[in-house]
Design a binder for this molecule. Structure first.
Ligand code: BMA
Length: 329
């Protein structure tokens, strides 16, 4: 059996797989866990990231306001399900030339050593990858933007690989990008990024049409005995617009731009009302996962219809077996 390489998290959110579940992922029965109006001025709360913190959890949440501006907000939870989200967005310290805010959205949080690094889509003369860190989710410091515009979906690996920090990302354009592949970049210091390697692209044609338009990394990759388990989003363009689904792939442990397996089928997609109806219909968008190394359990946090936040469950074996059952040849 494959196993997760990481820490124990025995109290993480969990429900057993219901009988008659089709596919490797099942939803939390009380979804959505975060409603659109959980803060005084929020229009929507979605595409957000959580991590274990002290004896509970902390997170960084995308809350669009009722003037429909996009920003990121800290939050805390005892159980990973019920969240207290700050009414005030994160204020970063750091170089004043860097901390200028245009817009900020789709945060990820990645613990490396004793710091929690936040990456997000940062407006800086076009979207790019903003970076910052915190140790307490109260005081935050911003680093240089990782890349030139345009880029979205910067996702760090949770440890150095061959002595380099690594980050997955999806280069893009200024607008609502009609393309997108996943790349892997390296840095010795979290400031200078290079050695940009292509990881994987869209699948044209009929083989796996749900990921035919663009793909982008989602949760922080999960280290397993078989390689890095990457949970990502894939998009198809339909007569009614984009549909965002969730897939998984397995990346080489030392050279994570090399893909060892990838699922032909999506693992989760918009099917429930709260995933299909909202400000942007038909979007499931993963930004985080909690894991328990003892049991192989995985809890995926995902934005639903760009409006609310959902939770879904799987295990490392479910995902690895599904990639074997429905391989992308
Ligand atoms: C992407 C991003 C996401 C969003 C998705 C669907 O380009 O803006 O934040 O969930 O579109 O609208």
């Amino acid at each position: 059996m494959a196993h997760i390489i990481g820490t124990s998290l025995p109290d993480m959110p969990w429900q057993d797989k219901p009988v008659n579940t089709r596919g490797p992922v099942w939803r939390y029965s009380q979804n959505p866990i975060i409603p659109r109006d959980a803060t005084p001025n929020s229009n929507s709360i979605f595409n957000s990231a959580v991590v274990p913190f002290k004896d509970g959890y902390a997170g960084v949440f995308r809350c669009d306001s009722r003037s429909v501006s996009m920003d990121i907000f800290p939050g805390f939870s005892k159980d990973g399900i019920n969240w207290e989200i700050s009414a005030e967005p994160i204020a970063f310290g750091g170089d004043a030339e860097i901390t200028v805010r245009e817009y900020r959205y789709d945060p990820r949080v990645c613990k490396i050593d004793d710091k929690y690094y936040i990456t997000w889509c940062n407006g800086a003369h076009g979207p790019t990858i903003g970076m910052g860190w915190t140790q307490d989710f109260k005081t935050f410091y911003q680093l240089e933007n990782a890349f030139l515009p345009y880029n979205r979906n910067g996702v760090l690996f949770p440890r150095k690989i061959r002595n380099m920090y690594m980050m997955l990302s999806r280069p893009s354009d200024t607008g609502h990008t009609p393309f997108g592949d996943i790349f892997c970049s390296q840095s010795p210091d979290l400031t200078f990024w290079g050695k940009h390697r292509w990881v994987m692209g869209t699948i044209n044609g009929d083989a796996s049409a749900w990921q035919s338009k663009k793909i982008g990394p989602g949760a922080v990759p999960i280290e397993t005995s078989e390689g890095w388990l990457m949970i990502y989003h894939g998009v198809i363009n339909t007569c009614n617009g984009f549909v965002y689904r969730i897939g998984c792939a397995l990346l080489d442990i030392d050279e994570p731009w090399k893909v060892k397996a990838r699922s032909r089928n999506y693992i989760l997609g918009p099917q429930e009302l709260y995933e299909c109806v909202g400000d942007v219909p038909n979007v499931t968008f993963p930004c985080a996962a909690l894991t328990d190394a003892d049991t192989g359990r995985i809890a995926i946090y995902y934005g639903c219809a760009d409006t609310v936040t959902g939770l879904a469950f799987t295990t490392v074996d479910e995902l690895l077996n599904y990639m074997k059952e429905y391989p992308l040849a």
